[in-house]
Ligand binder design. Sequence first.
Ligand code: VGL
Ligand code: ZN
Length: 191
Amino acid sequence: MRGILSDAALIIVDVQNDFCPGGALPVTGGDKVVPILNIYIKRFREENAPIFATRDWHPNDHNSFKENGGIWPPHCVRGTSGAQFHPGLDISGDVRIISKGASPKDEAYSGFQGTDLAAELKKKGIKALYIGGLATDYCVKHTVLDAIKEGFSVFFLEDGSRGVDVNPGDSKKAIDDMTLAGAKKVLSYEW
Ligand code: VGL
Ligand code: ZN
């Protein structure tokens, strides 16, 4: 049975070891999103609503890495443990994995960029997306903004997301940008 989530999907963004404490590009408190996102996974699973998990999946010569002229330390190199999902995330066979940034010159902060995510969602008749994960000010923001451009209603999972904050305030500004574009903020305990 599908209830209020009958036309909704959950999109979990880049909850990978390299973005968690101890990883190559750690987000402060990145691992704290795991139990929150697991609550959403359980709920979507119960309602047979589709669940997607994006992952940064870079080749080791990716152009976002400092040694190749980019701004980031090497991270989420495909096939490494840093690129694996956080071990506590409740990912199982029913979660569709979307890999992005997989070619050397393809930055792809957004889960929609260079993937068939939009087509898959539309084929399933999905209208609303619940989006959260890492990092608020990069991949979550770009995924949310693209989702809105694609015509979806978007709910941003506020306590299920954390930012990098390369510059202080970046995450706050990202949240403002997302809400201004039409995303609605939701908290796990209000939901
Ligand atoms: C991300 C920086 C570089 C992200 C990915 O997932 O937000 N940030 N690559
Ligand atoms: Zn990356």
